[in-house]
Design a binder for this molecule. Structure first.
Ligand SMILES: O=C(O)C[C@@H](O)[C@H](O)C(=O)CO
Length: 265
């Protein structure tokens, strides 16, 4: 199986089903974990030299970070529902969470020094946009875009309707060459509705030294260390994904594959 496709494991004692680290992904910046917690279960982490954005994929939890109690956040029953709640925890701090209901939680991390205060990111602070035309239409929720404070993390979730494509036409961001392109590693956490479906994701470079087409099932993570990374949702299956991006500069500047850029005109 491809090294770019990461299957969920059985939940460990803390409910963790994914633990992507810079070491496991063989890259430098992005870390990503998923926890499935039972109501009443608790979680606590020191952030160390990384900042964290804890996304409530589903369920409600009582949260605290940076010595501050933020009360109960969350509420949606699944990530296919709108209105994500998240918690930002700076580097060199501690965050804690107690599940008020069964929860699914994404922990997105990237390097930081601890320059910013902890905060809750409420649904009304999340910019929503619909991108594309026809079967390229998809719905984007900008949880932590470059216009909002963080040191290196970028976090976004996307709903791709059945039969549609997203991250399309194919684009890449793998060269530290601003103002034309930025270098950002990226993870995709895929969920399918209904869960028996799969998404198809291709990851490829111009010279095709990397060219893989992956079938991502519900709960899989796809790693995008470099290259173009379009995604298709087959007929009958709605696709949700959570993207985490980070690199040397906190700017999302992508480059479209010239072979397919014509469709934007
Ligand atoms: O517009 C989309 O379809 C989402 C993508 O931009 C996705 O967030 C991504 O690939 C970021 O590089």
């Amino acid at each position: 199986m491809s090294n770019l496709l990461v299957k969920p494991s059985k939940p460990d004692a803390n409910g963790r089903i994914h633990a992507v680290t810079p070491a496991s992904a063989e890259w430098t910046y992005v870390g990503f974990e998923v926890y499935r917690l039972k109501s009443g279960q608790s979680l606590k982490q020191q952030t160390g030299d990384r900042e964290a954005c804890i996304v409530m994929l589903a369920g409600k939890a009582h949260v605290a970070a940076g010595g501050k109690d933020f009360g109960i956040i969350g509420g949606r029953a699944s990530p296919f529902e709108p209105d994500p709640w998240s918690l930002y925890a700076p580097a060199r701090s501690e965050w804690a969470l107690k599940a008020e209901t069964d929860c699914e939680i994404g922990v997105c991390t990237a390097p930081g020094e601890g320059k910013l205060p902890a905060r809750v990111i409420r649904p009304d602070q999340v910019g929503q946009e619909t991108r594309g035309k026809g079967t390229n239409t998809r719905h984007v929720r900008n949880i932590l875009p470059e216009t909002e404070p963080a040191e290196s993390l970028l976090v976004v979730e996307v709903i791709t309707p059945p039969g549609h494509w997203s991250s399309y036409p194919p684009h890449k961001h793998d060269r530290d060459a601003l103002p034309n392109e930025s270098l950002l590693e990226e993870t995709y956490y895929h969920r399918l509705n209904p869960p028996s479906g799969y998404a198809l994701q291709r990851v490829y470079t111009d010279d095709r030294s990397l060219d893989e087409t992956l079938a991502a099932s519900d709960g899989d993570v796809v790693l995008v260390p470099k290259g173009y990374h379009p995604v298709g949702a087959p007929h009958g299956y709605e696709l949700y994904y959570l993207n985490v991006m980070a690199g040397p500069k906190r700017i999302w500047k992508f480059h479209n594959d010239p072979a397919h850029e014509w469709m934007l005109k």
